[in-house]
Design a protein around this ligand. Structure first.
Ligand code: EPU
Length: 426
């Protein structure tokens, strides 16, 4: 990945409107679902982020073609002629595991590299594997590749040990072409899972219970391509909410704000004293406060507080008067950003899966490193309120999930420059 650094000059009030783009974590499974039926798909409101292009490059390798017109993505999967994904492509994106279910279901075969660990944690794929085995796939590990084989998958009952988002999605896709009925218990309830069910329904699958902990899928022999609009990105919306709240003179309105997906974070935001006004269905006007209260946050699967938003809330809590506590319950290594925030003079102590944030601290710019996508977004927020200049290395990681963030923030009068950075390259 080509390296970049963001140079942020903090302290300026931000003013204006910003719109939330489509959800990265909704479009990634939608891209793999295009393997389930040959033909042309049309996805609107697609965020043009690196992870989306990584998934599309894999599709091209498999024989599909695609084009992007503004924020509409057209995918044609008529030409798929292979079922193996090379390590070079898969290793760029963990969501490549999402191809396993669809390839096996449609072609009876798939070769998908083990995604391996990443900065935020080990992230094993055992639920994906054992779930597909329940649907009668045979899966072996061969030279680092998961090799799946099946004549035709057969519906079954799968009970997930934990409501994993991508495991639920993989199994829903696999079950869509399986013979008979599949019941997924302890399924993930994230809005992106519900969205995938909507897409699969449009493709001809019968699904009940998506968005609840039991999803029932009746497989079909053949499916058809579909058109759909990608739902708004709740994590981007939450990122903008915090960003808008931290400078007392900010005047920011957030459009396409998915209130219904953000209940838990909004409750925590209100608990810390945050104020936002709902204008109509999906417009949020944020009123920054001069002082915030410390709170406790514990991450959990949806509808609980999302792990992907805890780094941004941590930045907000450096500005709260007192001791806040964040417990991370999903990924074992999601506090790396805390050490970077401490470089900006935050006072965060991490003990195992818990971060203790002592506020209020005046943040002062320094060089820092984005350790993952969400950590990077949190550092941008911190840099915008810190004194002087914050240089964020490895900022290309931010571009995995946020489209043109510096450009969009500049429209709010943020001072943020992007420079290539050879040092950053992995
Ligand atoms: N887990 C296992 N075995 C598995 C699968 C998961 O032990 O086979 C564990 C994980 O290690 C973790 C927990 O289950 O402790 C939950 O992980 P989950 O599988 O739900 O995460 P994921 O599906 O790999 C998606 C998002 C992540 C987001 C998590 C949690 C996509 C493409 N990714 O990952 O998004 O953090 O759910 O909500 O949907 C991001 O966008 O920055 C991001 C990391």
């Amino acid at each position: 990945m080509e390296g970049r650094k963001y140079i942020v000059k903090g302290g300026r009030p931000l003013k204006g409107e910003i719109s939330v783009k489509g959800a990265k974590n909704a479009v990634l499974p939608a891209i793999s679902a295009t393997l389930l039926a040959p033909g042309v798909y049309e996805f609107k409101n697609v965020p043009l982020v690196r992870d989306v292009f990584c998934m599309l490059n894999i599709l091209s390798h498999l024989g599909a073609s695609w084009k992007v017109d503004e924020d509409t993505l057209y995918v044609n999967t008529e030409g798929i002629h292979r079922v193996d994904i090379p390590y070079e492509l898969a290793s760029q994106i963990r969501a490549s595991i999402l191809f396993l279910g669809a390839l096996t279901a449609r072609f009876g075969e798939a070769v998908v590299p083990l995604p391996g660990g990443c900065q935020i944690g080990k992230r094993p794929v055992n639920f994906h594997q054992s779930g597909l085995e329940k649907l009668s796939a045979e899966i072996t590990l061969d030279h680092g590749n998961l090799v799946a084989k099946a004549k035709r998958l057969k519906g079954a009952e799968v009970v997930l040990d934990f409501p994993s988002v991508t495991a639920t999605e993989n199994l829903m896709m696999a079950a869509s072409l399986a013979e008979g009925e599949t019941v997924i218990k302890n399924a993930a309830r994230e809005p992106e899972v519900f969205f995938l069910a909507e897409l699969l329904q449009r493709m001809g699958v019968e699904i009940k219970g998506a968005g609840t902990e039991t999803v029932i899928i009746k497989g079909r022999k053949r499916l058809k391509p579909a058109k759909i609009k990608i739902i708004p990105d709740r994590i981007e919306a939450g990122t903008f909410l915090i960003l808008a709240s931290l400078h007392p003179e900010n005047e920011i309105t957030i459009k396409n704000f998915p209130f219904e997906y953000l209940e838990a974070p909004l409750l925590k935001f209100q608990e810390m004293g945050g104020v936002l006004e709902r204008k109509g269905k999906d417009v949020a006007k944020v009123y920054p406060q001069r002082s915030y209260r410390p709170i406790e946050i514990s991450t959990s699967p949806y509808p609980g507080f999302p792990t992907d938003l805890q780094p941004m809330f941590a930045v907000a809590l450096t500005q709260a008067e007192g001791l806040s506590i964040i417990r991370e319950n999903l990924f074992e290594n999601r506090f790396l950003y805390a050490f970077e925030l401490n470089r900006l003079s935050a006072n965060i102590r991490v003990e195992g899966q818990t971060a203790f944030i002592q506020g209020k601290t005046r943040l002062v710019g320094s060089p820092v490193k984005a350790t993952d996508l969400r950590a990077g977004a949190a550092l941008v927020i911190a840099g915008l309120i810190a004194e002087n200049t914050t240089t964020i290395y490895r900022a290309e990681l931010i571009e995995r999930g946020y489209e043109k963030l510096p450009e969009r923030l500049r429209e709010l009068s943020a001072e943020i420059e992007v420079e290539p950075c050879a040092l950053c390259e992995a």
